[in-house]
Ligand binder design. Sequence first.
Ligand code: CMP
Length: 138
Amino acid sequence: MSRTFSILKPDATRRNLTGKINAVIEEAGLRIVAQKRVKLSTAQAEAFYGVHKERPFFGELVGQMTAEPVVVQVLEADDAVPKYREVMGATNPEQAAEGTIRKLFALSIGENSVHGSDSDENAAIEIAQFFTDAEIVG
Ligand code: CMP
């Protein structure tokens, strides 16, 4: 078993899609072992997306991620990181495969409904930014 970190983004919370997205996650065999709805501060969003700080979309990304609530989650499965990336679909929803979360729900590359970790190492770092070990119950 391994873990990945997930965010249901503001475009999803705004449109009341968190249950529908969780259904896709669970039907794919990922177990939601921690979850909370939070409003990110600018400092939290800038730290979380620090790797993108030189990218032209950084300001817009931080603005969108802090404008409305998000749901942060820990997901567990065999090979959780690649499995969730497959379930999410491509970053750009126009390139996302049929049946993926982004194909089903995303509005644009910026408002793409979900985030998922890109490696086991980053999953551990991202999980630790939002959850203590005691809050993760498998
Ligand atoms: P996410 O997986 O959360 O990681 C970085 C986010 O930046 C990405 O999803 C998109 O929502 C957002 N983003 C906005 N514009 C771009 C872009 N041109 N390329 C990649 N990511 C982008």
